[in-house]
Write a protein that binds this ligand. Structure first.
Ligand SMILES: Cc1cc2nc3c(=O)[nH]c(=O)nc-3n(C[C@H](O)[C@H](O)[C@H](O)COP(=O)(O)OP(=O)(O)OC[C@H]3O[C@@H](n4cnc5c(N)ncnc54)[C@H](O)[C@@H]3O)c2cc1C
Length: 464
C-alpha cells in the first residue's frame, strides 16, 4: 500500500501537458486520513481529488492548494454472480478491474478510449464509451457511492439523494471526494469483440450509415480524416462491434476465451521534438490508415485492448506531442445540428489545422447530471497539437459554432474554454452550484478548471 505522503510539492498537468500548476500532492491511506486532509483544508486551502490524470486539461489540478491522490483506495471486491454488482475503491483503475473480472466473465459497463482511468475519475466526468447510443454513460451503471465532503460523509444512490448523486456524476470532483462505488458489470462469454468495419469516402455517407444502423450494434465509433478534401470532406472508417460468443472464435482461441488485458509494455523511446506531429506527418499517417482499412469487412475478431484501447499499447504516447503538448477538443450537439459536425471538419480542413485523431460517435439520452456532458445526438473529439499559429482562432470559431448549435464541450477534455461561454453550454450550472453549497458551504473544493471557468466563483463573467 502506498505511504500517506506528508504532502509533496508537485508540478502537475493533465494528459495534454498544457498549463502545469504546483500543488501539495497528498496520498491518504484511509477515510480517516482523507477526512483530516479535508479538515486541514477547512482553514481555507482549496482541495481537489486526482485519479490517474487522464483528463486532458486542468480538472485534477489545484494550483496553490491540495491535490488528493486516491491511489490507496484501490480495493476491488468480487462480482456478485446474481446481480453483476461489484464494489470498488474510487482509486481502482478500469485496467485493474478488468484484470480481476474479465477472466471471471465480467466487463465494465462503459469504458473510455483508455483503461488507465480510475472509478473516481469515471464518475466525476460521467464518462461515455462507444456504447453511449445504447447504454448511456458510466453513472447510469453506478448503484451507489460514498462521497466525502467538507461537511461529512454521504452514502449516495439515485434513490437516497438524487440531487447530490447526479451533481457528483459529471461534477468534476467539485461536490466532494468519492471513496467507493458499486458498479453494475456486464457478463461476457469471451474477451473478444466481433468487429464490422467499413470505409466511407465522405462524412455525409458516414453519418447517414451511423444514423441508419448504429442501433443494431452494441459499440460504434468512426475515425474521420480532417486533413483531406480529396473525394469529399471527411473520409472515414466506421468500426462497430459486439462481444463475441465462444462459438465466434477461431478454434485456437476457444480453449482460453477469457484473457485479461495487460498493462502497456512499450514506452516512447526518445524525447519527441515539438512539431513532430504536424500537418505533413498527420496527412501521411491518415493516408496510410485509410488505405490500410478494408472497404468492408464483417466478423473480424479483435481483443478488448485492440478494439477499445489501442492507444494503451504505448504507456506515455502523449509525449509524442513534444514539450508544448496537445489539447483535445470534444463537443456534443443534438441530432438536429449534425451540420455542425461537418462545419467543424470543414473548418479544420480549410485552415489546415492538423488533428491526429478525430473520432465521431452517436450519443443516446444524456444523464440527469447538470454538468454531465452527453446530449442525444453526435460527438466529435479532435486531438490537436499545440503550435499552429491559427489554432486559437480556429478553436474560438469552433466554440461559436458549438454554442450556436446549442451544444457543449466536454469539461474532462477542456483546457481553454472562455468562461463567458460556460452557461450557454451548461445552462444548469447555477443549479449545480447550489448543490455544491449544500455540502461545501465555504467553497473549499475547487480546481484550476473550476477557477478558470468561474464555477462557484462570484466574479464569473457568465453571471453578468
Ligand atoms: C486516451 C484517452 C482516451 C479517452 N477516451 C475517453 C472516452 O472515450 N470517453 C470519455 O468520457 N472520456 C475519455 N477520456 C477522458 C477520461 O476518461 C476522463 O478524463 C477521466 O475522468 C479520467 O480519469 P482519471 O482517473 O485519470 O481522473 P483525473 O484526470 O485524475 O481527474 C478527472 C476529474 O475527476 C475528478 N476525480 C478523480 N478522482 C476523483 C474522486 N475519487 N472523487 C471525486 N473526483 C475525482 C478530478 O477532480 C477531476 O475533476 C479519455 C482520456 C484519454 C487520455
Amino acid at each position: 500500500m502506498p505511504e500517506m505522503s506528508t504532502a509533496e510539492d508537485r508540478l502537475l498537468t493533465g494528459w495534454g501537458r498544457t498549463s502545469p500548476s504546483r500543488a501539495a500532492l497528498t496520498r491518504p491511506r484511509d477515510v480517516d486520513e482523507l477526512a483530516s486532509v479535508l479538515s486541514s483544508s477547512r482553514r481555507g486551502t482549496p482541495v481537489i481529488a486526482r485519479g490517474l490524470g487522464r483528463s486532458y486539461g486542468d480538472a485534477s489540478q489545484c494550483g496553490g492548494g491540495i491535490v488528493v491522490d486516491l491511489s490507496a483506495f484501490n480495493e476491488i471486491g468480487p462480482v456478485d454472480r446474481d446481480s453483476g454488482l461489484i464494489e470498488v475503491g474510487a482509486g481502482a483503475s478500469l485496467q485493474s478491474i478488468m484484470a480481476a473480472t474479465v477472466p471471471e466473465g465480467w466487463f465494465v459497463p462503459v469504458t473510455p478510449g483508455t483503461r488507465q482511468v480510475t472509478v473516481g475519475g469515471a464518475i466525476a466526468s460521467d464518462i461515455h464509451g462507444k456504447n453511449h447510443h445504447r447504454d448511456g454513460s458510466f453513472c447510469s451503471h453506478v448503484a451507489k457511492m460514498t462521497l466525502v465532503t467538507p461537511t461529512g460523509t454521504h452514502e449516495l444512490s439515485e434513490e437516497l439523494d438524487p440531487e447530490l448523486f447526479w451533481a457528483t456524476a459529471g461534477g468534476m470532483g467539485l461536490t466532494g471526494i468519492t471513496t467507493t462505488a458499486t458498479v453494475e458489470m456486464i457478463p461476457i462469454e469471451t474477451s473478444y469483440i466481433s468487429v464490422d468495419e467499413e470505409r466511407f469516402e465522405d462524412v455525409d455517407s458516414l453519418m447517414a450509415e451511423m444514423r441508419r444502423s448504429d442501433s443494431n450494434y452494441h459499440y460504434s465509433v468512426a475515425w474521420v480524416d480532417c486533413m483531406t478534401r480529396r473525394g469529399g470532406l471527411g473520409r472515414s472508417i466506421l468500426t462497430r462491434g459486439e462481444h463475441a460468443r465462444r462459438r465466434d472464435l477461431p478454434t485456437a482461441k476457444r480453449s482460453e476465451p477469457l484473457v485479461a488485458p495487460v498493462q502497456a509494455r512499450l514506452r516512447v523511446p526518445f524525447r519527441a521534438p515539438n512539431g513532430l506531429l504536424n500537418a505533413a506527418t498527420i496527412s501521411a499517417f491518415n493516408e496510410l490508415w485509410f488505405k490500410k482499412a478494408p472497404r468492408k469487412k464483417s466478423g473480424a475478431i479483435h481483443s478488448l485492448s485492440s478494439f477499445f484501447h489501442p492507444l494503451d499499447g504505448i504507456a506515455d504516447w502523449n509525449l509524442l506531442y513534444g514539450s508544448r503538448g496537445f489539447l483535445q477538443y470534444q463537443f456534443a450537439v443534438g441530432d438536429d445540428h449534425e451540420d455542425c459536425v461537418k462545419s467543424a471538419i470543414e473548418l479544420l480542413s480549410s485552415h489546415k489545422v492538423p488533428s491526429f485523431l478525430a473520432v465521431l460517435k452517436r450519443f443516446g439520452q444524456g444523464d440527469p447530471g447538470p454538468l454531465s456532458f452527453p446530449i442525444k445526438g453526435w460527438t466529435l473529439a479532435l486531438d490537436l497539437p499545440v503550435g499552429p499559429r491559427q489554432l486559437p482562432s480556429v478553436l474560438d470559431e469552433l466554440d461559436s459554432l458549438v454554442v450556436g448549435a446549442g451544444g457543449r464541450v466536454y469539461l474532462a477534455k477542456d483546457s481553454r474554454l472562455r468562461p463567458d461561454l460556460l452557461a450557454a453550454m451548461y445552462p444548469r450550472v447555477t443549479e449545480f452550484e447550489e448543490v455544491c453549497r449544500r455540502v461545501d458551504p465555504d467553497g473549499l473544493l475547487n480546481s484550476d478548471l473550476s477557477r478558470r471557468l468561474g464555477i462557484r466563483h462570484p466574479g464569473a463573467t457568465w453571471r453578468e
